[in-house]
Design a protein around this ligand. Sequence first.
Ligand code: F6P
Length: 376
Amino acid sequence: MNKHIGILTAGGDSPGLNAAIRAIGKSAMDTGRMEVVGFKDGFRGLMENRVMRLNRSMLSSILTLGGTILGTSRDKPHKMPVGGELMDMTEVICDNYYKHRLDALVCIGGGGTQKNAFRLVEKGLNILTLPKTIDNDVYGTDVTFGFDTAMEIATEAIDRLHSTAHSHHRIIVIEVMGHNTGWLALGAGIASGADVVLIPEIPYNTAIVADAIRYRQQRGNNFSIVVIAEGALSIDDKKVLDKLTNRKVQAKQSGDSKSRKKAQDAYLSFSKKRLTHTLQLSQQLEEMTGLESRLTILGHLQRGGTPSATDRVLATRLGSSCVKYIENGDFGNMIALRGDGTVLVPLQDVIGKRKVVPLDHSWLESARNVGTCLGD
Ligand code: F6P
């Protein structure tokens, strides 16, 4: 009897997803004992029974393609928008898993997907996961696929902004993705020789950033490149955020619905305000240094297009190792990169944690060694 393997991709797309789908599919089909189906648009496709049987011709020539041939969504099994309401569709998903006679389901995604996949493990499904995200923030793996490509794209963009900043004697503030971690900003900032790199792990002091730019001016450099992670916070904003977060937690514990709503509203209004924080920084730096300043938000550009060679190799390594783990029945795990090999990390050890940039990380030391201002 052939084994039936399902694959889905969930969360934000990431270069290397197709390389991973190809690797799982090809290595499974090569055993001659496995059939592979893909579910469309993440957990939603599994809930809605939107499925495609994968064959060799579908898998050929997708290695270099960006995005995911399966489509993706951020829908969660236990909070799925259905008919205008958020519904717990976990049972439907489990029923469909059995309807398709799946022996294993491979969920490819970032931190949120690992969490959602674990919920299905708790329901008794045979799940393996692969870690992908341009943010590189999944706990338990050395690196996630998508990160290398995004770092390349951001670096190239910053290189290009360098020459225009230089010609116009301007500051250019460049907002880079990364959710609440600074891997992407730090990596691209080092690679492009940014003068200032601001990351969420190190709340920044705007006056120190302005000083660094003025110091460059004194030495005849009338332009500066400031790379800021989308989740970076000034010291003051970090204090406010911590306060609002504590208030939210306390209000939730108190069980008082009025104070819960108040705390939630205050948190949301701060989060909304923060959407423009990089623009504010650009304006503040203009006022403080007398140099003209422009803001560029790289946004989803960083997630699109063909994966780098490094991401293709990583996705192929992780994806092709799946078959061995499926045959061994090693379910409930994430397949992670550790050193030169792949290892299994129990999903319960992955979820609820985020891999942030450690303050003693060598990338930070290297950045400081070459005179990059980190805002502290
Ligand atoms: O997790 C990947 C990521 O690109 C983050 O860097 C970013 O914060 C988020 O997704 C953007 O999400 P969306 O595509 O849903 O706007």
